[in-house]
Design a protein around this ligand. Structure first.
Ligand code: SAH
Length: 344
């Protein structure tokens, strides 16, 4: 694991009181300061020491592109070692913001429909690099005079969060602690790595955030055809895990979501809907979020609007709680599955 910002601050201020360390940590996560030098409640000598050894920011902003609709922005950010990652800022209907953050540079999961998967995995992001995507966009919101606050975070950008478990967990703890984001306003989206899912059930340091599983098919053969990480026995494993997850975290507000991308002739037939209904019955309390396909160069074709609605109605008729995701940022290649570290 990389040394975290909190640890670096601790070592830089090792001779100082615990109060100073706490002050410094609060300051770096507060929206009001932009450098150690501005943190005037700290004595100059302390600020200088921090400036020397704790970078204020792990990422620099390359460009932030607005979508035509005016409700989404794609940020292209650069890490210290020159890797480019993307984060997306979205304004919801209540005038608050959601940030979609990346957890890795590239991704090793290689899902057929996703542009990030085509890049392969370059490296994991550190917890500070994950957190600093939100800090960068928070500065952007305030500098652009946009009204509203960042209240929600989704880990649905580039990368597979559970393949970078410790750094993701560290970032979640910073979002919830010093940044004050509510646990039920944070969603970790995963390709469904059962080992990672298993681990978080019994991990006392894993915060009570929401989990969304990218399902995209309700039978093994179809799923393995578009998601090569699908292991044999995946669905039985998932049902078994879900039951233990819900026993461990019974509160309703922590519901599980299944994400289901609709691809024409691949997973959108009546038969597919039936299989999904029966899977949700085996799982129990779960919601389904249908995702219209965002175009990438995968060669796959998304289901038509009609097919999406028909599929939704079939699930509803089967008693499933189902919503259709509204896509934002498609014109700036910032929608789900389109993030590939490019400015155009
Ligand atoms: N690796 C994680 C998070 C990143 S992807 C995961 O698999 O969940 C975030 C969501 O976008 C996932 O549900 C993913 O399957 C979906 N997605 C990927 N490519 C897409 C595309 N072209 N159109 C719509 N959604 C896509």
């Amino acid at each position: 694991m990389e040394e975290s910002r909190e640890q670096r601050i601790g070592s830089a201020l090792s001779g100082e009181s615990a109060f100073r360390t706490r002050q410094a940590i609060e300051a770096i996560y507060s929206p009001f300061f932009r450098s150690w030098n501005e943190v005037t409640p700290l004595p100059k000598i302390v600020r200088d020491r921090l400036s020397e050894s704790v970078p204020w920011n792990m990422l620099s902003v390359v460009i932030i592109l607005p979508s035509a609709s005016g409700d989404a922005w794609k940020a292209l950010l650069e890490t210290g070692d020159g890797n480019r990652i993307e984060s997306v800022l979205m304004r919801n209907s209540r005038g608050q913001f959601t940030v979609c953050v990346s957890t890795q540079v590239g991704c090793a999961m290689n899902c057929a429909f996703c542009a990030t998967g085509k890049l392969g995995l370059e490296r994991n992001l550190s917890q500070d690099e994950i957190v600093d995507q939100v800090r960068a966009l928070r500065e952007f919101v305030s500098d652009s005079g946009l009204t509203g606050e960042i209240t929600n975070i989704v880990l649905m950008g580039m990368g597979e969060p559970l393949a970078n478990y410790e750094e993701v967990r560290g970032a979640l703890r910073s979002f919830i602690g010093p940044m004050g984001i509510g646990t039920t306003r944070i969603t970790v989206s995963t390709v469904g790595l059962l080992s990672g899912l298993e681990r978080l059930i019994s991990d006392h340091e894993w915060p009570p955030v929401r989990i969304a599983i990218s399902l995209h098919a309700a039978d093994e053969k179809t799923r393995a055809g578009i998601m090569p990480t699908t292991a044999s026995g995946f669905f039985d494993g998932l049902v078994d895990w879900s039951q233990r997850y819900m026993d461990a975290f019974p509160e309703k507000r922590r519901h599980l979501t299944l994400e289901y991308l609709l691809l024409s002739d691949i997973n959108d037939t009546e038969e597919d809907a039936r299989k999904l209904v029966s899977l949700t019955r085996r799982i129990g309390k779960v919601r389904v979020n249908l995702i219209p396909y965002n175009v990438t160069d995968s060669g796959l074709v998304g289901s038509s609007g009609n097919a999406v609605h028909r599929f939704r109605d079939r699930l509803k008729a089967g008693g499933v709680t189902v919503t259709i995701r509204k896509s934002q940022g498609g014109d700036i290649a910032a929608a789900c599955g389109q993030l590939a570290g490019k400015a155009d």
